[in-house]
Ligand binder design. Sequence first.
Ligand code: MG
Length: 311
Amino acid sequence: MTPAEPQKVLVADDDPVNRDVLCELLQPEYTVLLAKNGAQAVERATRHVPDLVLLDVMMPDMSGFEVLRRLRATPQTEHVSVIFISGLDRPEDEAAGLKMGASDYIAKPFNATVVLARVALHLQLVRQRRLLEHLAHVDGLTELANRRRFDDVYDLEWQRARRSGRPLSLALLDIDSFKQFNDLYGHPAGDRALRAVARVAGTHMRRPADLAARYGGEELVLLMPETDAVQALQIAQALRQAVAELMIAHAGSAAASCITVSIGGASLDPAQAESSAALFEAADVQLYRAKQGGRNRVMWRGAQEALTDAG
Ligand SMILES: [Mg+2]
């Protein structure tokens, strides 16, 4: 989410005068992209994914209607907002455009103030939709992905790993003696500690496909696509150590004098037909072992030794 960045509007019109007028009108406030025919409109929209497309209906070779049909059929532009600008002013044309999923319909010759107002309105709607999507995917306290987001991504990555034959690693992380921390220091301090641990977890998920999510309470889940057990174990161990180095005092911990975490992990062997639920279960078993083994340690399925400060 970068709300400061100007929104992108693609203007597709075969008439150079119309393009110039619209460009001049919109340029002060928005980043304007231009296309002079339908094919170029589809290509630019797919490449730049604008927030809004102002689309001329009457263009040679490919009509605005056809452009919209193609945008709706392409994953990147499936949801892009489109306003038709058309010299056709028959109600049935307007109805056809809206039925195809256009957000609005402006008749030519257009009035500059009306165009600006409608563009501003639709871009505002785009912003609100993005914000809602963002809120629906993010945990409010830690600002990590939430559980719903994790469930969606995990499902996709598991399928991808099975298809590609590439490894997939999953880890569960739990803050040690967190209830005691809250009892001793109060819930606001507990929230701060959880946020600090979440930040450390987030920074250790370095690659674009890696995901740290809040699974519930003081439990986080880490998803590392294309990462085998050896690599994932190293990352988990570095994370565990980085949390200890925060040196958040915890007088009531069963593991140390500061906040620590236990981590349990498992890696998918794509050759085995293991379900996503079974992999999750395996990581959970390892987390339990880490807790039973004295906390502040990493346990990984298939790895011999627990990784603690000594290991
Ligand atoms: Mg035209």
